[in-house]
Design a binder for this molecule. Sequence first.
Ligand code: GLP
Length: 235
Amino acid sequence: MKIIRVADYETLSSKTADLIAAQVLVKPNCILGLATGSTPIGTYEKLIEWHEKKGLDFSEVTSINLDEYVGLDSNDKNSYRFFMNYHLFEHINIVRSNTYVPNGMTKDWEKECETYDHRILQLGGIDLQLLGIGNNGHIGFNEPGETFVKNTHLVELGESTIQANSRFFETLEEVPKQAITMGIGAIMQAKKVLLIANGKEKEEIVEKAFHGPITPQVPASILQLHPDVTVICSF
Ligand code: GLP
């Protein structure tokens, strides 16, 4: 595991974007596992710059996102599909049908989860997985629990996650209580993992996740067992 501490968010964003760009350059048809949350926004801005100024070509890239809220459709500004379109896909030449986000509007959760895992398998797995980290150590929406859940699944969001994510919604009540998330299995099978954390408030959880015991109570701690993880943090 490599832990890189950088001076500020700007540097975190450009360094992360450079690593993703390098992946696209060496394997133009790579599978990128992408993340939402406020932390990757700067990275996506830098990737857009890579595309506009240096001609980075996303035309053969496939992306697969970590998670989606239950009950929010793609036109809802808080849905992760909307987020990805708005912050990245609309500004680069990725083929929209090659971008995958779980369908939070499905009535058949089991089928959606199975299809999502099947798709990852069919794609041959993820080449590079970008991750943020929740204040409680979640990755994607894999919340602290009794076990690590391997497959894509429906999850009840914990109180601290609902609180933390309420900053994007008008009221606390509007924050969805459930989400669909890629499981720990697909994340652990990604060839490379890049986790980014920004701000003092993430320092303690990053310390716990990467220097504490490996436990499902801190889902990100499983990454200690991954053979190729880079953590980039600014705090
Ligand atoms: C959400 C997402 C996570 C993300 C986390 C941290 O809960 N599901 O994938 O890592 O937020 O977000 P932020 O980067 O805004 O702190």
